[in-house]
Design a protein around this ligand. Structure first.
Ligand SMILES: CC(C)(COP(=O)(O)OP(=O)(O)OC[C@H]1O[C@@H](n2cnc3c(N)ncnc32)[C@H](O)[C@@H]1OP(=O)(O)O)[C@@H](O)C(=O)NCCC(=O)NCCS
Length: 152
């Protein structure tokens, strides 16, 4: 089993993260100005490289913008490394490093991979929001971290 770890991304990782995101969805990457968002997340120290045996296989953007709770904004594993347990372990690491006692995230109804991965990490369904993506409601999930520290 590979050793999974997280490393805070630096500006030197920008091209790598942009590449992961571009390969995920080229249209969204451009239309949603994801390069700008990635650059900001890196400079705000909210972007983490996911390493499998020290090889970069994806990234996760994690912040506290959702009602001051831990919030997984986006997690992406490079396609050839998906389905090997890496996403589950990376989200588990995020939950451990979270400074609040709950982590929230959301995904589309159509994204069954993410829903399965979240269930495996121990996330519970929190609710559904219609109207964001037409015909594909956003499902919210949360997990208690047992971490009693405050954010600051
Ligand atoms: C969603 C994602 C982060 C999950 O990470 P992952 O490393 O692939 O997930 P894991 O290998 O830890 O798998 C967890 C479960 O998801 C399901 N799953 C993951 N990849 C799968 C695949 N390619 N095909 C079918 N099921 C899959 C499996 O049920 C798996 O459980 P199992 O081990 O019992 O089979 C990853 O698939 C990904 O990057 N997807 C594209 C980007 C995305 O949708 N991000 C989430 C939106 S915020």
């Amino acid at each position: 089993m590979k050793t999974i770890s997280l490393r805070k991304a630096t500006i030197n990782d920008k091209a790598l993260v942009v590449d992961f995101d571009y390969n995920l969805d080229k249209v969204e990457h451009v239309e949603l100005r994801r390069e700008e968002k990635i650059t900001k997340a890196i400079s705000d120290e909210e972007c983490f490289i996911i390493l499998a045996d020290n090889r970069a296989v994806g990234f996760v953007i994690f912040d506290y913008r959702f009602f001051d709770q831990g919030w997984i904004e986006l997690i992406v594993i490079e396609e050839k490394y998906r389905g090997k347990g890496i996403g589950v372990q990376a989200m588990d690491l995020i939950c451990h490093q979270c400074k609040t006692n709950k982590v929230f995230t959301s995904t589309n109804s159509s994204n069954t991979q993410m829903q399965k991965a979240l269930t495996k990490v121990g996330f519970s369904f929190a609710g559904k929001i219609n109207g964001l993506d037409d015909g594909d409601p956003e499902l919210f999930y949360y997990k208690k971290t047992d971490n009693k520290k405050t954010k600051h």
